[in-house]
Design a binder for this molecule. Structure first.
Ligand code: COA
Length: 155
């Protein structure tokens, strides 16, 4: 990512218009619920939740330290939510990149923007949990240290 917050696509020759576009990664960028719900559906393979079911705008403003948007032109192609304890710990959740935009460094740039936003807010620790197959992404590329963690399903 360059200092302007833009990600340049890999330095391979572009073969289509999409590949030549630049993606803007923004901490606390504007979004509407529907585009996040559509991105969530294509990224995680879920149905498209309605705005009344998953109201990202209300929830992020109520519970999040911040969030990250990645846009190609007007299109939302990446997103992450950053929750926190109000002081020193932040948690990254729902990191997602549109399938047709993957493996171009956008996910890494989204996580790094989340890291920078949390650090600027005074947080000392950024946490994430993930399936083992995503170790190359989170550990090798994004810079997380391996750690023991646990999750508990409540429903
Ligand atoms: C995980 C995800 C956010 C990665 O986004 P991305 O934009 O493709 O990531 P990057 O291009 O920055 O990847 C950088 C490197 O991380 C690693 N990486 C990325 N995706 C990976 C995957 N699915 N499996 C293993 N390694 C991966 C690779 O080493 C990659 O480098 P390479 O392309 O040179 O091989 C994206 O695949 C996604 O949205 N997945 C579905 C939702 C999801 O599972 N989110 C994570 C929840 S914990």
């Amino acid at each position: 990512m360059d200092p302007s917050g833009e990600v340049t696509n890999p330095p391979t020759p572009a073969t289509d218009d999409e590949a030549t576009e630049r993606v803007r990664v923004v901490w606390r960028g504007d979004f509407v619920n529907q585009e996040v719900n559509v991105l969530h559906a294509v990224a995680f393979g879920t149905r498209v939740y309605g705005d009344d079911e998953w109201d990202w705008l209300t929830l992020t403003r109520r519970h999040s330290l911040g969030w990250v948007t990645a846009r190609s032109g007007a299109d939302l192609v990446g997103f992450a939510n950053v929750l926190w304890d109000g002081l020193v710990h932040a948690w990254i959740q729902d990191v997602m990149v549109s399938p047709s935009y993957r493996r171009r460094g956008i996910g890494t740039a989204v996580v790094h923007a989340a890291r920078d936003g949390a650090a600027a807010a005074g947080c000392e620790w950024l946490h994430v949990d993930f399936e083992p197959e995503l170790s190359p992404f989170y550990i090798e590329r994004c810079g997380f240290e391996p750690a023991q963690a646990g999750t508990m399903r409540l429903d």
